[in-house]
Design a protein around this ligand. Structure first.
Ligand SMILES: NC(=O)c1ccc[n+]([C@@H]2O[C@H](COP(=O)([O-])OP(=O)(O)OC[C@H]3O[C@@H](n4cnc5c(N)ncnc54)[C@H](OP(=O)(O)O)[C@@H]3O)[C@@H](O)[C@H]2O)c1
Length: 328
């Protein structure tokens, strides 16, 4: 008998998620599996802001919290997977998973010497969001100025580095001085702590001719301050809006629509899940950049499955640099 632990949503979030919104429950799984099935134990689990954003769409009270993990196969009656194999799957915040349909298992890329955890971050969904957000959508050109916020985060840090590789002048905003220092180490041309500087002055100084591409992970008031600095015909990709995910009621602005109108700015939303067919191509590219040392990454790893809610709540408090993960 295997006792799986799982984090269950107790109630819909109201405002910022709280520890009490989650409950740790146990589920008994069989020792033996049926033909074609696999049993696995989690190694690393991803915590992601989208859990807050899509709470009412993807989960209802009583559901296991959604999320991706990498896991080791402990029992197998499937010819494709052997005991000890490392797999990744979106089975949610659970310590052990009985996989009855192995088509749910995502192929692992060939990582070489890279740590396994990169497939949940820089070479996984967040890295792919940065890669395709730039490659397919914003398409920044050499010599253009690109601004990214939550720039020391999982998506933002990869987006900023790829924009540098493309020959852009890159401006990053992050919420602590340590994060700002890291962005400078990564080669960002300008990096600011948005909690300490006057954002309007900072963007005026760093982008005197305007921002051509705005990779927006944050939204809210920060975007309201940045959008008036767009270059005429500039491109905005709304990738995330973490500043407003915890708002109660509808988000209302203020939004500088007149600036967008005057400068004919193109604003688009983006979902990495619309690019699913291209993920393998993106992964290969990101793994290569990581292996070549051209793309650097950080992870903030919380030790212990019991701390999943705290690691998740930390996303809204800025406690993580790079990809936020939990080691089971
Ligand atoms: N569209 C898609 O397909 C897609 C896919 C993945 C992620 N996303 C979105 O992309 C964004 C980044 O995701 P991620 O996984 O890389 O998370 P992340 O940036 O690694 O982590 C969250 C960070 O957001 C910042 N933050 C939190 N509240 C903030 C606020 N009120 N104002 C400004 N910054 C705030 C914090 O950093 P600071 O210290 O800098 O404040 C925090 O560390 C999120 O909005 C997420 O929902 C979208």
């Amino acid at each position: 008998m295997v006792i799986a632990k799982k984090w269950v949503l107790v109630r819909e979030f109201v405002g910022k998620p709280k520890n009490g919104d989650f409950s740790l429950e146990e589920e008994i799984l069989p020792d033996e599996v049926n033909d074609g099935e696999v049993l696995c134990e989690a190694l690393y689990l991803s915590v992601d802001p989208y859990v807050r954003f899509l709470c009412n769409v993807m989960m209802k009270p009583g559901d296991t919290v959604v999320g991706e993990q990498i896991a080791r196969v402990t029992t197998s009656k499937n010819l494709k997977y052997s005991v000890g194999d490392v797999i990744r799957l979106s089975s949610g915040w659970r310590s052990h998973t009985l996989v009855t349909d192995v088509s749910q298992i995502e192929a692992m890329p060939d990582l070489g010497d890279l740590p396994l955890s990169v497939v949940l971050g820089a070479a996984g969904v967040t890295g792919l969001t940065a890669f395709f957000g730039l490659e397919d959508k914003l398409q920044p050109l050499e010599g253009e100025t690109l601004l990214v916020n939550s720039a020391a985060g999982a998506v933002g840090s990869v987006a900023g580095q790829i924009a540098k590789m493309k020959g852009c002048t890159v401006i990053g905003f992050a919420g602590t001085d340590d994060k700002v220092e890291w962005l400078k180490e990564l080669g960002f041309d300008h990096a600011f702590n948005y909690k300490k500087v006057d954002v309007d002055d900072a963007v005026s100084m760093a982008a005197p001719n305007g921002v051509h591409c705005y990779f927006d992970n944050v939204g809210g008031y920060l975007s309201t301050q940045i959008l008036p600095h767009m270059h005429r015909g500039g491109r905005v990709l709304i990738v995330g809006s973490i500043a407003t995910y915890n708002d109660i009621g509808k988000s209302t602005g203020p939004y500088p629509f007149e600036d967008i109108l005057k400068k004919c700015v193109n604003v688009n939303g983006f979902s990495i899940y619309d690019m699913y067919q291209k993920w393998r191509y993106g992964e290969v590219h990101l793994v290569k950049l990581l292996q070549q040392g051209k793309l650097r990454h950080r992870e903030t790893i919380t030790e212990g499955f019991e701390l999943m809610p705290s690691a998740f709540i930390g996303l809204f408090e800025g406690t993580c640099t790079g990809k936020a993960l939990v080691k089971a």
